[in-house]
Design a protein around this ligand. Structure first.
Ligand SMILES: C[S@@+](CC[C@H](N)C(=O)[O-])C[C@H]1O[C@@H](n2cnc3c(N)ncnc32)[C@H](O)[C@@H]1O
Length: 247
């Protein structure tokens, strides 16, 4: 399964190569982090954290994390294409960011080396085992370190993209285990499901203390050209969570 998803992501990552110049200008301009991410992370970023960015993907958040105070960012992603483009951009911009190719949930990064583990924006749906994933997050954090995620709400895949009325897809269940996603950028990859309760419980079981949990009507990303009624402000489409490994 990991191999199918990895191949899908290597293909999707070619977009980052084609859009290299555009992404470079966007990285200089900033604005990848949502203002509420910056608000929620302000105190943590003021302490100049060493950040581990799990599933760093196009890595567009990393220049913003550095500008907002991060000492350094180590991105981890199993797409060699995404890692190569992110590393090239960091060199071009002279940023203290580096990237490694590795597959979660077991990554070759030292235990306790992160002051902040950052992830999200389409990351958790690729994790089949939330318990193993949360355990890896906790392992990477130093005692007192923080974990932050801004992510698609687990209910979001249930909504149709009908423009007139929000409907529930007949082929999906909030309590389902997985489905194949044929939309870009998944391109046939298997998306895993976990309820919000499942995510929170996995983090608590891994030993983290939840500091903040909020649900939002706005998706973290809108597919271009789609105006879904499900995004009109009445349904949950994304969430943010801040947790801490006890000292
Ligand atoms: C939608 S992207 C989101 C990443 C990033 N936050 C962004 O905004 O680009 C999902 C990323 O997860 C990576 N990924 C999926 N499964 C993975 C795994 N098991 N281990 C490491 N990376 C994985 C993919 O290569 C992809 O870059």
């Amino acid at each position: 399964m990991t191999r199918t998803n990895r191949t899908a992501w290597e293909t999707a990552g070619e977009k980052y190569v084609l859009e290299r110049d555009d992404l470079l200008s966007q990285a200089v301009a900033g604005g990848s982090l949502h203002p509420f991410e910056l608000d929620l992370l302000r105190d943590v970023l003021n302490d100049r954290p060493r950040v581990v960015h799990l599933q760093s993907g196009d890595a567009m958040d990393d220049p913003d994390l550095v500008r907002a105070g991060a000492h350094s960012v180590l991105g981890v992603d199993f797409s060699a294409v995404a890692v190569a483009t992110a590393r090239r951009r960091a060199i071009d911009l002279g940023l203290p960011c580096d990237y490694v190719v590795a597959a979660l949930p077991h990554v070759p990064v030292r235990s306790g080396s992160a002051d902040l583990v950052y992830t999200g924006k389409g990351a958790l749906i690729w994790m089949p085992d939330m318990t193993a994933w949360a355990g890896e997050v906790a392992r990477l954090l130093r005692p007192g370190g923080h974990f932050f995620v801004y992510e698609q709400h687990p209910a979001n895949p249930l909504w149709t993209w009908d423009p007139d009325v929000a409907r529930i897809r007949p082929d999906r269940s909030y309590f389902g285990r997985s489905f194949v996603n044929y939309d870009f950028p998944a391109n046939g990859a298997v998306e895993w499901q976990c309820t919000l309760g499942g995510i929170v419980t996995a983090l608590i079981t891994a030993g983290l203390e939840i500091r903040h949990l909020a649900e939002y009507a706005e998706p973290f990303w809108r597919m271009g050209g789609v105006e879904a009624a499900a995004w009109d402000g009445r349904l949950p489409n994304s969430f943010s969570l801040l947790a801490r490994r006890p000292s």
